[in-house]
Design a protein around this ligand. Structure first.
Ligand SMILES: [Fe+2]
Length: 252
């Protein structure tokens, strides 16, 4: 952890007021309040912007795992809608997005409306989702993440099985997650709808390292009811370089 992270954590522990982080996070660090206690984990990553960022590849780039039409509709309709609705919610509920990071908003999500919860989560989740994928994937996790996976799940195969099962078994719409928990251990879980592990209302809490969208809009055109086949093929386009870098940064 860098000096800013240390001083920030000390500050939070001394004050015991998680809410203090909200006003500071946009200018110092995106403080990720990974539990609904005052304990804070500072992650030295830039906050996710409130605006939709360009897709880092073409709509057809993830074929054959994910078809171009699904990607186009997913990005330009579904994800864009979450971003638009988030802007409406922040304006209606008086959130100054220049001073409150998206991560801090998510950590305090229980204070806001269902519209804010659904769309702040939807926006954040998709901004991450596009980045954890890449046209040809990138083989395997870096050594540091691979070692952590081995330590916490026993083997890479056990990890992918457990993660896939989290996606397959999420009833209805939602997400599967690999998170770095407050104890710096990797954990797998899932959330309903557009909830995510940064939210104080989430059953699984931590910093999201990898997320998988298992809403039908992510796969139905190509896979129809066969969510397990979508998940199997999705592993082929996981951007392990991005995911490993994210893990390494979160561990600092
Ligand atoms: Fe989605």
């Amino acid at each position: 952890m860098n000096n800013n992270g240390l001083s920030r954590r000390n500050f939070l522990e001394k004050t015991g007021k998680a809410g203090v982080a909200v006003g500071l996070s946009a200018t110092i660090l995106p403080s990720v309040l990974a539990s609904n206690t005052a304990k804070a984990a500072s992650i030295n990553l830039p906050p996710v912007p409130y605006t939709q960022q360009p897709l880092p590849y073409d709509f057809k780039a993830l074929e054959p795992s994910i078809d171009a039409l699904t990607m186009e509709i997913h990005f330009t309709k579904h994800a864009a809608s979450y971003t638009k609705n988030l802007a409406e919610a922040t304006q209606a509920e008086g959130v100054d997005t220049s001073k409150t990071s998206l991560e801090s908003l998510l950590a305090d999500i229980s204070k806001y409306s269902p519209k804010m919860r659904n769309n702040a989560g939807g926006h954040y989740n998709h901004e991450l989702f596009w980045k954890v994928m890449a046209p040809k994937g990138s083989q395997k996790p870096a050594t540091s993440l691979a070692n952590a996976i081995q330590r916490d799940f026993g083997s890479f195969e056990a990890f992918t099985t457990q993660f896939s099962d989290a996606g397959k078994n999420r009833f209805g719409s939602g997400w599967a997650w690999l998170v770095l928990a407050n104890d710096k251990k990797l954990k797998i879980g899932s959330t309903p709808n557009q909830d995510n592990p940064l939210m104080n209302v989430s059953d699984i809490k931590g910093f999201p390292i990898l997320g998988l969208d298992v809403w039908e809009h992510a796969y139905y055109l190509k896979y129809q009811n066969k969510r397990p086949d979508y998940i199997t093929n999705w592993w082929n386009v996981v951007n392990w370089k991005f995911v490993s870098d994210r893990f390494d940064t979160a561990m600092k």
